[in-house]
Every structure is written in structure tokens, then in C-alpha cells.
Design a protein around this ligand. Sequence first.
Ligand code: ZN
Length: 262
Amino acid sequence: MNYMDFHCHLDMKAFDLNREEIAAEFFNSGFSRLVTAADPYEPGSFETTREILSYHKNIYCTAGAHPHGADRYTPAIEKAILRFLPESGAVAVGEAGLDFHYNLSTPENQLQVFKRQIAIARELQLPLVIHSREAEALVLQTLEGEKFQFPVVFHCYTGNMADAKEIVKRGYYLSFSGIVTFRQKKTDYLRDIVREVPLDRLFTETDSPYLAPEPFRGKPNTPLLVRYVAEKVAEIKGIPVEELNRCIDENFGRLCPNCPPG
Ligand SMILES: [Zn+2]
């Protein structure tokens, strides 16, 4: 089985009634690892995330300032992130980056906060999990300008082929969500990208509670549905899903050398 959900939001209110049951079902089904992203802007997120981590040894977390909240970034938030990351044993800083699709914060503030997250990751020697919407070129340019040396994963990748190739060329990773299962012409480009990305450069994720894959599109998403994402990626690659999951596990091992085997 060995499915891995590289990115979900199990701390969110959508899971208040069943997060422990979902985590139990995830591991009882033989799935291997789950990474939940803590949100420093959301009161209680760090606490809930600590509780989630206690459910199972193969649950991991990340924490970082999402670009949506950049206008609300404060020194207190930064301090809280800096405290939470080592305390929780977080495996990466994020999600962090730029979102020029929604532009919920000004581009200037987004860039400034992104640079702070890069500095935090560098200080703590952690990988970065990137959120990028219509901003891949500037994200890549910023990582280069800041000379960031640790692993980088673009979560829920929706950028173009050229940027995907640049991400791979730099030794970074792409994580694919349920969007790869959507039966629409306009998502064909993403399946073309999946075909191109080498097996040692990719992850699967749900981004739940958002983005339920087919055949559950539009319904609530949970980490359990990552199998539909992985099955689609394996189908596109023309390999058995077990082989894909084995590669993903190795990729995670490179990201987190101290994490125990899945
Ligand atoms: Zn995101």
C-alpha cells in the first residue's frame, strides 16, 4: 500500500469531528506517511498540530507563513514559528511562497514574508514547502537570489512545463494533488508534466480538505483519498503504484534523513 500524503491540513476545522479517526484509518489501511501543514495565522493550529503528531509516529508536520496572510505578518508570528518548528520536530518550513492568483496580500508583503521564511529554513537547516500560484518564475528567482541550499518541494504544483523543468533541473521536487485526476481538457497540461518529472523528484498529496480527487470531486477530501492521486500518477507513468510509492518514500528519506522508514 505505502501511500504517502505529502501535504494536508488536518488541523483545520473541517476535521474537528473526525481527525483522529481519519488518521487511524489512514495507518490501519497500511498507508505509510502523512504530513500536515500548521498555520501560524490560525489560533490553535499549533496546538491541534501537536495533538495530531501524537496520533502516530509517521505523522509529520510543517509550519510557515502562507502568502495569503502576508499583510498580517508580525514579529510575534515569526517568533511563534521559530519556536514551534524545533519543538514539534517539523520536517520543513511551509507552506510559504507567493500567490498572484488570489493576491490576498500585497505582492510586496508576500515577497518580504517569503524571504523571511527562507531565512528561517536556512537558520534551522530545514527544507522548504512552496505554495506558488502564477508566481513560479519569481519564486525560483527568489530562491536563487537568497542562495537557498536545502531541499525545496513545490506543493500542489499547477505551474507550466518550463518552470517544472527548471524545478527538476535544480534538484527540487514537485508534489501533485487531486487536480491530476480531474477529467478536463484544461488539466491535460498537468498530466504532461507528471509524465516528464523523474520519479526521484515527485510526491503525492491531497491538500485536503481541499481538492478531492475523482471520483470524489467536489466532496470533502481526506488524506485517505491520496490513493486516487497516486494511482493516477502511476498510470500516467506506466508503472505499478507500489513502485511509485517506493520512489516517493525514498524521496522523503532524502528530505528527512533522520525520519524512520515508512
Ligand atoms: Zn498551498
